[in-house]
Design a protein around this ligand. Structure first.
Ligand code: PMP
Length: 345
């Protein structure tokens, strides 16, 4: 299917003159900067506005993930990218997004904030894409399909073949949220970016990288989509503190891999032990850093864990997740306490 970015963009976004600063033109070339009404005294490392284009950071991430810097957007968490994608492509009251529940709740929340419609096509009982039902649901007003792989809260990867077929069949944007892909057995879909101009991947530094409090996430896509996101974001969406900290933190990717391996090992151990508990009906296989677990009595289990000071996520009211709690993999000591509390029931 041909991809026409201009036709997909909201007309006001297509015509938008983005905010610019004098520094866009003269950064690094002047001696004295009196253009942005900053405080001139360098009492703190933060007296200047940060780089709105995240140039150094994108360059460094580019070599780390082997993708050109112009394919990378950085936002205040990947949640910002979800918000911006809906802003860019969906006219309020006119267009809709399509989601496949059970899945991450923010796609729906952001669509509601923007008064954008939500079409829902349930995953199959195996938590895979129901391709015929999705194709049947697509309408001219459907602008973005939000998929999540590994999916939150089910933990599984979506079939790569199904995603590829949807990318071919749908002329709108297909977002694949890969927030948890670093914990998966298979690599993500970055290789598809070269052939699929309508694909947007979401990544985050909040999970495997252990930087949820820093608020940095990514959208990876072809440069024309990345340009749009840079045109409509708030000029200084990433603080200097976040940019500097992440720039240094990127050097520790080897240590991050060790942490990922530990979490994966713990995931196996916790899943195994949970399966042997009498009040557990099912532990779903997971490619993420959490487990979806079906209990005989999820509500009393939830309350029992709370009374032990342990909070998990109740997903029992989501479709296909009846009776299920979603449990994040903690430290080995935290996991031991969780297992002990559950064994007491
Ligand atoms: N996508 C998914 C699937 C998530 O589960 C989360 C966080 N719960 C996010 C995105 C948001 O991540 P960030 O911290 O980068 O905004």
């Amino acid at each position: 299917m041909t991809f026409d970015l201009d036709a997909l963009l909201r007309p006001n976004i297509r015509q938008l003159k983005p905010y610019t600063s004098a520094r866009d033109e003269f950064q690094g070339r002047a001696r004295i900067y009196l253009d942005a009404n900053e405080n001139p005294f360098d009492d703190s490392p933060f007296h200047r506005y940060p780089d709105p284009h995240h140039t150094d950071l994108r360059q460094k991430i580019s070599s780390l993930i082997d993708l050109p810097a112009d394919h990378i957007f950085l936002g205040s968490g990947s949640d910002e990218a979800i918000d911006l994608l809906i802003r860019a492509f969906c006219t309020p009251g006119e267009h809709s997004i399509l989601t496949c529940p059970p899945t991450y709740g923010m796609y729906e929340v952001q669509a509601n904030i923007h008064d954008v419609g939500i079409q829902q096509v349930l995953l199959t009982p195996e938590f895979q894409l129901d391709e015929p039902a999705i194709l049947q649901a697509l309408r001219p007003f459907t602008r973005i399909i939000f998929l999540c792989s590994p999916n939150n809260p089910t933990g599984n990867l979506l079939s790569r073949t199904s995603i590829k077929r949807l990318l071919e069949a749908f002329h709108g944007i297909v977002v694949v949220d890969e927030a948890y892909v670093d914990f998966a057995d298979q690599p993500g879909l970055t290789d598809l970016l070269t052939t699929q101009p309508n694909l947007v991947l979401l990544r985050t530094f909040s999970k495997a990288w252990g930087l949820a409090g820093l608020r940095v996430g990514m959208a990876l896509a072809n440069p024309s989509i990345i340009n749009v996101l840079y045109r409509i974001k708030l000029p200084y969406n990433l603080s200097q503190a976040a940019q500097s900290y992440l720039y240094t933190a990127l050097d520790s990717h080897k240590a991050i891999n060790q942490r990922i391996n530990l979490i994966r090992t713990e995931r196996r151990r916790v899943a195994q032990q949970l399966s042997s508990l009498p009040n557990v009906l099912q532990v779903y296989p997971s490619d993420a850093n959490f487990l979806l677990v079906r209990f005989i009595d999820p509500q009393s289990t939830y309350r029992h864990l709370l009374s032990n000071g342990i909070v998990v996520r109740d997903r029992s009211r989501q479709p296909l997740c009846e009776g299920c709690l979603r449990i994040t993999i903690g430290t080995p000591a935290e996991n031991d306490q969780l297992l002990q509390a559950l064994a007491e029931i």
